[in-house]
Design a protein around this ligand. Structure first.
Ligand code: MLT
Length: 264
């Protein structure tokens, strides 16, 4: 489905139904198909509304600078358009950075939070330099070169060797993203604020998820988030790297399902 919001066309998936609205926000450099196994596995307990962020998947990229607030405003407008008042907001990696921004701007809309394979801190100076290098690589060599660099960090070596079709589909997802969308996201991540002070302000039920083998954003970051957010629960998924929902969809979905059931 597509809706015209805030001057561009936003593509999204909506499973409908009467369950609690669940808004999963994809990471970088990905799109809504990241959540295919969650749509399948969670549609019986939630109304899954999965957007393509501006510049990714089938969503267009209007001109102008992009920040985490821009993405947050976009998904807020999507909820408006769909007449959805409150949702469980979930974000993987960059999606988590956006979930922080969304919570700061629209706390009244957040029924609960799920932070998967993400972190509160901002980019270090070396991290910022890495963003600049990646932006140059994207401009010079295209999304395929970015995908090649990212793929080994996304899934466990076991998934890569034993489920080659899964690795191929993640590689294809990254390779088909537009260079402009990738560069905009790199800049947005580079300039994102430190969300550490937000942790103590979160007053909704929160689930933090990590992959035991996530080397891109190590489990230590998720433990810090769990410790900083009042009452937060942490699920560490064995046999999962950065895309824990793709590496281990059943364990990921079970953690989300148990969390949704526990909501007041
Ligand atoms: C992501 O998976 O969304 C990004 O790799 C996160 C990051 O680079 O900070």
């Amino acid at each position: 489905m597509k809706k015209q919001i805030r001057g561009f066309e936003m593509a999204f998936e909506d499973t409908g139904g009467v369950g609690v609205p669940l808004l999963p926000i994809h990471g970088y450099p990905l799109d809504r198909t990241l959540w295919a196994e969650q749509r399948r596995g969670l549609a019986n307990v939630a109304r899954v509304i999965a957007p393509d962020l501006r510049g990714f998947g089938e969503s267009s990229l209007p001109t102008g600078a992009v920040t985490m607030d821009t993405y947050a405003d976009d998904v807020n407008a999507l909820l408006d358009t769909l007449g959805v008042k409150t949702a469980v907001v979930a974000g993987l990696s960059m999606g988590g950075y956006i979930a922080f921004a969304f919570y700061r701007k629209y706390p009244e809309r957040v029924r609960a939070l799920i932070f998967a394979n993400t972190k509160a801190g901002a980019d270090s100076p070396e991290g910022k330099k890495g963003r600049d290098d990646s932006a140059m690589l994207a401009r010079e060599k295209g999304a395929v070169a970015i995908a090649e660099r990212m793929l080994p960090k996304m899934l466990t070596p076991k998934t890569a060797t034993e489920r080659p079709s899964v690795a191929a589909s993640v590689n294809a997802m990254m390779s088909r993203q537009s260079v402009d969308g990738i560069v905009a996201a790199l800049l947005a991540m580079r300039n994102r604020p430190d969300s550490t002070p937000t942790l103590a302000q979160i007053s909704v039920p929160t689930l933090v998820i990590t992959g035991a083998e996530d080397n891109l954003i190590p489990p230590k970051e998720s433990e810090l988030m769990r410790d900083g957010i009042r009452g937060a629960k942490l699920a560490t998924i064995p046999g999962a790297a950065h895309l824990s929902n793709v590496d281990q969809p059943e364990a990921f979905n079970r953690a989300v399902q148990d969390f949704l059931k526990s909501l007041p």
